[in-house]
Design a protein around this ligand. Structure first.
Ligand SMILES: Nc1ncnc2c1ncn2[C@@H]1O[C@H](COP(=O)(O)OP(=O)(O)O)[C@@H](O)[C@H]1O
Ligand SMILES: [Mg+2]
Length: 1078
């Protein structure tokens, strides 16, 4: 749960002066002191922050603090500058209201520090990112540069800003910084030439001399020794806690980050060196004829060096220090300068040079940090300007006058804006506007700035007036014109009431500022307002080759001679203040009022008189009054209800309805007088701080009660919880203990029982065991006896079967099994005699039997096969067998005949009627009838003949007629000749001297040669009365034709006419048969 805090928590004194009771200067200061002593350096007046300079670092600017104050409401936490910065930043970002932060206070009060705190806080809480961080860095780094050139050590502050500064930081719609614009006001340039005792010139001079490298110093023609320079005060050149050399490096670095070019930095340093050189130029008088003294440069070395540095012709500058050209009505007159005038001219040049350089720096920085985007920006302005400056003993001069004028203006817009805001809030909250009585300082502003008769206008008038003009004539003029003004006091006034006022010297006038009376000494007013620089000098400067120098003195350009006097310092300041005020008026103001607690710049010291003085001239009590004029305190209903709800039973602890009703109920219940508060739209307005404190007091008491109540309930709860815990533990312990005791007891009984049981069981068991052992022994004895007896019996009976026969039996059995298996394995073999397959032998010892069996089986199979044959078929096969015996491997024709069955009667002689006669001529059964070719011996051509074979002879008959041509009894046949080749030729050779031989042998050819020859041979074998017919197989044999013997020769030749062999008569003794090659 988020804890709601409030400014009112743990408050030291009052955190908001609005709540101060009673309200007067003393109580105001007591409250400040009280808070200061408790390290509370910030206090509010409404939304204004009063900041006391602690002069030591407090741990209240840590990143944690930033986080703490981030996004919190203003009155939620104790007063802090971060609360103001956060409020301003958030309303800028979220409500799109441009903001300005006005920081005032006297020198050393902490204004510059405060402005830096605000900037660093905003930098910490706004957006992040590469580009944004660069912008932030540039904005933050512009500070060291401006501080080096614009700050100096003074009696009051070691780092006192000697210029007013207003910086606009620009943000985009998201609240990310885009860039910024810096305006500077009124640099205290007199410091360049002269410093009060104990003070220093601007930091940069010392930083340059201590921090620059030897090389750089040589280039700038400078010496490290401060004492060599007239413009540097020596008694406080070294300041405790300031390291000029380190600062120089910081400044150089910052310049680089801001975006200065190296050459620009160099130019700037050259001008700084030139100022130092200028201070060293001294003059001596030289008498002239006309009796006047004319000034001359004493030692020209510095002048020479300076001219070298800036590229100015030495003589030009020298002349400018001795003469002055006055132009009047188109006429030029040259007058000489005396020594005093020369010094005046020198210092004026130095001051102008430096202050212009400073303004140039600001412009240059602005160039770098200006926002790039052209979109509409939200702006947060931070104004760090002198507060009222009042020196005692009337030491106030033109500068103080100007500064106080500025503060007067600031006070005016403060009042205007505060009242406006107050009024707006009343309207917003719908509360009746109670008119607020306050002092409006518009009248004082008018006294100073009125265009006709304002002090500044008269000063300008005086300066521009021809004739002798002195500070006294100016005072006279004031005395006449402002005499009647109620805020103007002067001794020489016609107004008689100051005639005897000795606190008011004659050369002074006094103004009653809103913050108190200030006495101004008129001395120097005219001079300072004129801020005169002789034209000869600016022209000399313009002639420099140094480009930055020329840029700083544009009026020295002879082409642009302007006879009009430049605007006076007062006029310029008034104009810039006017612009500033206009600017501020468009913005939502936030005030930081800085106060310094002591003059010694030390911590822990609070000087009442000093603080009182500041409180007075800052108009702080006045401020509280304005703020309190209507209702002192206001608070949103929600937070009011949240804070005080415990004061009423109806609102405690929760109020369910609208907060406003709750507050109403609450206040009525607390019986707060009705005139003490008013109900706004969203806020309750409380008229008197006392009412608030009463509520606070009651709240505190109530909180104590509540605390007691909470304590009581908590303690009760805690004790009860503790008790319950104890009780629970006790039950657990008791339970465990009981269990343990019972367990023990049980274990004892159990073990006793076990002992007894075991004894009894043991005794019983032993009895049984004994019994059983006895029985067992009896049984064993019987068994042993029986076994032995049976053994004897069996052995006696079976001895004969054992051992002697067992091996053989087993062997036989085994063999039997093997054989059985073996035989069964043979079973698959087929019955075809052609089948050659036979199982592999299973055992070596069966090898013989295996081959035998194979043979036997084969024979048996063949026998079986043969058994199927009839007698005729058998004869056929026998014939085939015989053919094989005769021709196999002898004649090439044989293999083709194997597959042809021997038909015998190819002519079907019995059936065919054609051969009827022939058939009947045959006495015996015809064994073979076929058509053959009878080869004619004359030409080797064949003629067809019927060839018939019986048991006793062979017949050749005419094919057509069937008439027998020759019949040869087989006994006359001597031999048969055939070739070895695949032809069908055969010769039937007759026995010489036989009856048939007369006709000669027969040379025949037949397709059935094998069958014919086989049959012939068979007949020869079967006939017992005859010899074997010789079968002669050769490729060359003789054939007896009638008388001659002709040789028949077989040759292998290509087939000429078909496949059959062809016979040709070669000569008388040779018949050649060509057989086609196989
Ligand atoms: N909030 C602060 N915490 C610590 N020291 C501070 C604080 N404000 C100012 N100082 C000290 O006071 C000195 C003067 O402050 P500065 O801001 O320069 O004064 P001013 O600008 O008002 O002349 C600083 O140098 C610093 O030492
Ligand atoms: Mg300052």
């Amino acid at each position: 749960m988020e804890v709601k805090t409030s400014l009112l928590d743990n408050m030291i004194g009052v955190g908001d002066m609005v709540l101060l009771e009673p309200l007067n200067e003393d109580s105001f200061i007591v409250n400040l002191r009280n808070r200061f002593d408790h390290n509370e350096i910030y206090t509010y007046i409404g939304s204004v922050v009063i900041s006391m300079n602690p002069y030591r670092s407090l741990p209240i600017y840590t990143p944690q603090k930033v986080e703490e104050y981030r996004n919190r409401n203003f009155y939620e936490l104790s007063p802090h500058i971060y609360a103001l910065a956060d409020e301003a930043y958030r309303s800028l970002r979220d409500q799109d209201k441009d903001q300005c932060i006005l920081i005032t206070g006297e020198s050393g009060a902490g204004k510059t520090e405060a402005s830096k705190l605000v900037m660093s806080y905003v930098a910490a809480v706004c957006g992040k990112g590469q580009e944004v961080n660069k912008v932030k860095e540039q904005l933050l780094q512009s500070n060291p540069v401006l501080e080096a050139f614009g700050n100096a050590k003074t009696m009051r502050n070691d780092n006192s800003s000697r210029f007013g500064k207003y910086m606009d930081i620009e943000f985009d719609f998201k609240g990310d910084p885009l860039g910024g614009v810096i305006s500077n006001y009124l640099l205290e340039k007199s410091r360049v030439c002269k410093q009060p005792r104990g003070e220093r010139n601007f930091h940069i001079f010392y930083q340059l001399l201590s921090g620059a490298s030897d090389d750089t110093l040589m280039k700038l023609k400078l010496d490290r020794d401060f004492s060599k320079y007239n413009y540097l005060s020596l008694d406080s050149a070294n300041v405790n806690g300031l390291d000029d050399a380190a600062s120089f490096r910081t400044v150089r670095n910052a310049m680089q980050i801001v975006g200065f070019m190296e050459a620009e930095v160099q130019s700037v340093l050259e001008l700084v060196a030139a100022v130092l050189k200028l201070g060293n130029i001294e003059f001596k008088p030289e008498s002239r004829v006309n009796g006047f003294d004319e000034s001359r440069v004493k030692d020209k070395n510095d002048l020479k060096e300076m001219c070298e540095l800036l590229g100015i012709e030495q003589s030009v500058l020298e002349r400018a220090f001795s003469y002055r050209t006055v132009e009047a009505k188109m006429e030029k007159m040259s007058t000489t300068l005396n020594v005093a005038q020369a010094y005046y001219a020198r210092d004026a040049l130095a001051k102008n040079l430096y202050s212009r350089l400073f303004s140039w720096l600001v412009t240059r920085i602005n160039e770098s940090i200006k926002a790039q985007a052209k979109t509409r920006h939200k702006v947060m302005g931070v104004l760090d300007i002198y507060g009222f400056e009042i020196f005692e003993e009337g030491d106030n001069s033109f500068e103080q006058f100007i500064i106080n004028y500025c503060n007067e203006k600031l006070q005016q817009i403060f009042i205007e804006l505060t009242l406006r805001e107050e009024q707006e809030e009343y309207i917003r909250e719908d509360i009746e506007w109670t008119n607020i009585e306050y002092f409006n300082n518009a009248i004082i502003c008018d006294l100073i700035e009125n265009n006709q008769n304002g002090i500044l206008a008269m000063l300008d008038e005086e300066c521009l007036r021809p004739g002798t003009v002195t500070d006294d004539t100016f005072l006279d003029k004031l005395n006449t014109i402002c005499a009647e003004h109620q805020h103007f006091e002067s001794r020489l006034n016609k107004n008689s009431k100051f005639l005897t006022d000795h606190s008011l010297p004659h050369s002074c006038f006094r103004i009653q500022h809103y913050a108190g009376k200030v006495l101004y000494r008129v001395e120097g007013f005219v001079d300072k307002n004129n801020d005169l620089l002789y034209r000869d000098l600016s022209q000399a400067m313009y002639k420099a080759t140094h480009s930055l120098m020329r840029q700083l003195f544009p009026e020295g350009n002879p082409a642009k001679v302007n006879l009009k006097r430049p605007p006076t310092a007062g006029f310029q300041f008034k104009a810039s203040v006017g612009v500033l005020m206009k600017n501020l008026q468009t913005k939502n103001p936030n005030y930081i009022r800085c106060i310094k607690p002591n003059d010694k710049k030390v911590a822990h010291i609070f000087t009442d008189s000093l603080v009182c003085h500041q409180v007075r001239y800052l108009g702080l009590v006045e401020n509280v009054r304005v703020r309190r004029a209507g209702y002192a305190f206001r608070q949103p209903y929600e937070s009011c209800l949240e804070r005080y709800k415990m004061l009423c039973k109806k609102t405690w602890p929760h109020w369910r309805g609208p907060a406003r009703d709750g507050v109403e109920v609450l206040l009525t219940d607390c019986s707060v007088p009705t005139e003490e508060f008013a109900y706004g739209r969203s806020k309750i307005f409380i008229r008197n701080p006392r009412t608030l404190f009463t509520l606070e007091e009651r709240r505190r008491a109530c909180l104590e009660d509540l605390a007691t109540l909470i304590q009581k309930i908590y303690r009760g709860w805690k004790s009860r919880t503790h008790f319950l815990l104890l009780k629970k533990s006790q039950v657990v312990v008791a339970a465990w203990y009981r269990r343990y005791a019972q367990q023990n007891k049980y274990q004892k009984i159990k073990s006793a029982t076990l002992v007894m049981q075991s004894f009894v069981r043991g005794w019983k068991a032993r009895n049984i065991l004994r019994q059983l052992k006895y029985e067992k022994r009896c049984k064993e004895a019987v068994t042993t006896i029986a076994a032995y007896w049976h053994g004897t019996q069996v052995r006696r009976e079976y001895r004969k079967f054992f051992r002697a026969n067992a091996g053989k039996k087993i062997y036989d059995f085994t063999i039997q099994r093997i054989m059985q298996k073996y035989f069964l394995g043979l079973k698959t073999t087929t019955m075809s005699p052609m089948d050659n397959t036979w199982p592999a032998k299973p055992y070596g010892f069966l090898e013989g039997a295996h081959t035998q069996l194979r043979r036997i089986f084969h024979l048996w199979r063949c026998k079986k096969y043969r058994g199927q044959f009839t007698e005729e078929k058998k004869a056929v096969y026998e014939e085939k067998l015989e053919a094989s015996e005769i021709f196999k491997d002898k004649k090439a024709l044989y293999p083709s005949s194997v597959s042809q069955p021997f038909k015998g009667d190819y002519l079907e002689i019995q059936k065919n009627p054609k051969y009827q006669k022939l058939n009947s001529a045959m006495e015996e059964k015809v064994l073979l009838a076929d058509l053959v070719n009878k080869i004619n011996r004359a030409n080797g051509k064949g003629s067809p003949r019927l060839f018939l074979l019986t048991k006793s002879n062979f017949v050749l008959a005419d094919q057509k007629t069937g008439q027998v041509k020759a019949s040869v009894p087989l006994p006359d046949l001597a031999s048969v000749s055939v070739s070895t080749q695949s032809d069908g030729f055969f010769a039937l050779k007759l026995k010489e001297g036989s009856a048939s031989a007369s006709k000669g042998d027969f040379l025949l050819s037949s397709e059935h040669l094998i069958e014919i020859i086989t049959k012939l041979h068979r007949i020869g074998t079967t006939a017992a009365d005859r010899d074997q017919i010789n079968i002669d197989i050769s490729d060359e044999f003789l054939v007896q034709f009638k008388q001659d013997k002709v040789c028949v020769k077989f040759i292998q030749g290509g087939p000429k006419n078909g496949n059959s062999a062809a016979c040709k008569r070669k000569n008388n003794r040779l018949l050649e048969v060509s057989v086609p090659s196989p």
